[in-house]
Write a protein that binds this ligand. Structure first.
Ligand SMILES: Nc1ncnc2c1ncn2[C@@H]1O[C@H](COP(=O)(O)OP(=O)(O)O)[C@@H](O)[C@H]1O
Ligand SMILES: [Mg+2]
Length: 349
């Protein structure tokens, strides 16, 4: 991945996990945006506190960088409970999960990130654990194998997934509460940025925050990253003061445009427009045209382009919308996706 790509990747890059830890809100009241999720979650937690029981299992679904790990830590903090963290890919065998479950203490929060990537046998063990706080440990092999039931302490599972659709229904059904995390509004990202600037000791002005927020693709992780880049630029070129002009100049330099599109996004759209006449074209063909893996195009570039109404996924392939043509200063052809029918609509040039 190029440096430019890393700048707007929603996944953590390099030593970011360390920096992010310092910027994470610790309590629900500090968590910005996601109003509905916050309200629902505070009810779930409050009623559990009153009943003196661990709350229902919680599933969080949403793209990378939207605050799932942060919320998991907040849930434990609000409950005053310890938290154990693992991830789907780390649970390859049922034994991996049994080792964790059998050592949980009462009320502990178990966080499983990327829960859709858990191995099948571990998943089946988890069903029973979630429902009955019990697991069956298989001892021995072959026909002589026996399964011994083992009680485990009541715990709360918090699962996070970027692909809720990939979760098997029996697993999904065992969560009492599902939080759908959405992309953030510009105003919410401004709040995230002001908070982070305070923690980092950066002199961020209102209009500077607005400029960075607009280019952050609705994602707090990206907003925080762009802030650090802009701060570096401001320190060298603008006595550390981050105004709109400084933010814009810095981000232009890093090739993140006014809508948050970066080089890959623009490459994908330009290939679609100029090489394939706006589509439809298959994902793998499109990926080859920009020299990337299909997965990179699909997971990193497309969700944002779709959300911005620049690209559509159709049964016949990827299509550039009328808006995409206009974004590049081109006239959309008649019948372009997302354009209203009717003559004369695009005669304005
Ligand atoms: N609602 C929010 N308010 C403030 N900061 C947030 C919020 N959501 C995410 N962040 C910040 O964004 C970064 C990424 O969040 P994280 O929880 O790791 O995302 P995810 O687990 O969904 O990929 C963290 O540094 C966190 O501080
Ligand atoms: Mg995470």
């Amino acid at each position: 991945m190029s440096v430019e790509r890393d700048l707007v990747s929603p996944e953590p890059v390099g030593d970011e996990p360390v920096i992010e830890a310092t910027l994470r809100p610790k309590r629900l009241s500090e968590f910005i945006g996601q109003q509905r999720v916050r309200e629902q979650l505070s009810l779930v937690l409050e009623s559990a506190r009153r009943r003196r029981r661990p709350p229902d299992h919680v599933l969080m679904s949403g793209g990378p960088g939207l605050g799932k790990t942060t919320l998991a830590l907040i849930i434990a903090a609000e409950l005053g409970a310890p938290i154990r963290m693992t991830s789907g890919p780390a649970l390859e065998r049922a034994g991996d999960l049994a080792a964790i479950l059998s050592t949980l203490t009462e009320g502990e929060v178990l966080f499983i990130d990327e829960i859709h990537r858990m191995a099948r046998p571990a998943e089946e063990m988890l069903y029973l654990a979630m429902e009955d706080f019990r697991i069956d440990v298989v001892v021995g092999k072959g026909p002589g194998a026996t399964s011994i039931p083992l009680e485990i302490a009541p715990f709360t599972l918090v699962g996070a997934t970027t692909r809720a659709g990939l979760l098997p229904a029996p697993l999904r059904d065992r969560f009492g509460f599902t939080a759908h995390m959405d992309f953030y509004e510009v105003a919410e990202l401004e709040q995230v940025l002001h908070r982070s600037a305070r923690l980092l000791g950066a002199d961020l002005r209102e209009d500077g925050a607005h400029e960075i927020a607009k280019r952050s693709r609705g994602t707090p992780r990206i907003a925080n990253r762009l802030l650090r880049r802009v701060r570096d630029y401001a320190e060298v070129r603008a006595q550390g003061v981050i105004t709109r002009e400084v933010a814009a100049a810095a981000l232009d330099l890093y090739e993140v445009d006014a809508e948050g599109l970066d080089r890959l996004d623009r490459a994908v759209l330009e290939a679609l427009l100029r090489k394939f006449g706006g589509g439809p074209v298959g994902l793998s063909t499109l990926a080859v045209a920009v020299g990337e893996e299909p997965e990179t195009v699909e997971i990193v570039a497309e969700p944002f382009l779709v959300r911005q109404g620049l690209l559509a996924r159709t049964p016949r392939g990827r299509v550039a919308t009328a808006l995409a043509w206009k974004h590049f200063g081109l006239t959309p052809p008649p019948g372009a996706y997302g354009a209203e029918a009717g003559p004369g609509l695009f005669d304005d040039q």
